[in-house]
Design a binder for this molecule. Structure first.
Ligand SMILES: [Ca+2]
Length: 269
C-alpha cells in the first residue's frame, strides 16, 4: 500500500500543472429541430465550431496527443501540508498506456487515450472537487454518443468517482450518466468487483439524444475529503453515431447488477 501510494504520488508530482483552466461555457441554448447547422453554430456562441456544427466529437480518440477540442476544468483545494497551499485537485492527461499490478491497458483506438484523475494532495477539510474534460456537441434526435472507458481504483476509501455524464447546453442539468465507477475496497453492498489497486476492463457505453439540441459531454472525476490516493478514469474512441446510420449494436458488459449507482457511498480515510 505504501509503495503504491509513493508511485501515484510521484506520478501526481510529475504531472502537476498539466491541467489547465477553462470553463464549461455556460451559454443557454435551446434548439429546435428546424434550425440549420449554421444557426446552431451561431447560437452556440463561444463553443467550438466543429463540435457544434458537425454533429461530431473533436479529437474523440485523443490522437492529437493532447486535449485539443476539450475544455479542461480542474477545481482547486487547500493543503496546509504542501506549497503552494492552493493546488489543483487532479489531472487531465493524454496517455498511451496504463500499467498497474504488472498489467497494461492500451488504447482501444489508435495510440492515445485520456486519463482524468483525482490527486494525492492532502487537502484540508471535507470539500468535494471535480476534475473534468468537456465538449459541446450538436446532436439530432436519435444520434448517439459512444465511447469506451475503464478505471483504476486507486483509493481504498470510497471517496472518488470517475464517470461520463451528459448535461444540457447550459451545463446545469444532468441528463444521463452513461458510465460511472468508484473507489473503495469492496465494502458490503457497493457491488464493486474491482478491488483497490486494480483496473476494470474497457467498457463500451452509449447515450442516445432524445431530441435535437446542443449537449455537453463531460469526462470527469470527483473526489471528496482529503484527496489522497488518486483514482483515474480512462476514455477513448468517443464519437457520434448519426441516427439511421448506426452500426450493429453490441451489448456492453454488465458491471452493475442493479444498474449504475447514482452516487458512491463515501467512507473516509
Ligand atoms: Ca485513441
Amino acid at each position: 500500500m505504501k509503495r503504491a501510494f509513493l508511485v501515484t504520488a510521484l506520478a501526481s508530482l510529475a504531472l502537476y500543472g498539466c491541467g489547465g483552466g477553462g470553463s464549461d461555457g455556460a451559454n443557454e441554448n435551446t434548439l429546435e429541430a428546424s434550425q440549420s447547422a449554421t444557426e446552431t453554430a451561431s447560437a452556440a456562441g463561444s463553443a467550438k465550431s466543429n463540435g457544434i456544427s458537425n454533429r461530431s466529437i473533436e479529437n474523440g480518440s485523443f490522437e492529437t496527443g493532447t486535449t485539443t477540442g476539450w475544455d479542461v476544468d480542474i477545481d482547486k483545494g487547500y493543503s496546509s501540508l504542501f506549497q503552494p497551499n492552493i493546488r489543483p485537485a487532479g489531472t487531465v492527461t493524454v496517455v498511451s498506456s496504463w500499467m498497474f499490478q504488472g498489467a497494461t491497458r492500451l488504447p482501444v483506438d489508435g495510440q492515445y487515450f485520456l486519463r482524468v484523475g483525482t490527486g494525492n494532495e492532502w487537502f484540508d477539510g471535507q470539500g468535494t472537487y471535480d476534475i473534468t474534460a468537456s465538449q459541446k456537441v450538436l446532436l439530432q434526435k436519435g444520434d448517439s454518443i459512444t465511447g469506451s472507458s475503464f478505471y483504476y481504483n486507486g483509493d481504498f476509501a470510497a471517496q472518488d468517482t470517475v464517470w461520463v455524464k451528459v448535461y444540457n447546453a447550459s451545463g446545469k442539468n444532468l441528463l444521463a450518466t452513461p458510465w460511472i465507477e468508484f473507489s473503495g475496497n469492496g465494502n458490503p453492498g457497493d457491488h464493486n468487483s474491482v478491488p483497490y489497486t486494480q483496473s476494470s476492463d474497457w467498457t463500451a457505453w452509449e447515450w442516445t439524444a432524445p431530441k435535437t439540441g446542443v449537449y455537453i459531454l463531460k469526462l470527469g472525476a470527483t473526489t471528496f475529503g482529503d484527496n489522497r490516493f488518486a483514482t483515474y478514469g480512462f476514455h477513448d474512441a468517443i464519437s457520434v453515431e448519426l441516427a439511421g446510420m448506426k452500426k450493429k449494436s453490441f451489448p456492453a458488459p454488465q458491471r452493475w447488477a442493479d444498474g449504475p449507482p447514482s452516487r458512491a457511498p463515501f467512507y473516509r480515510h
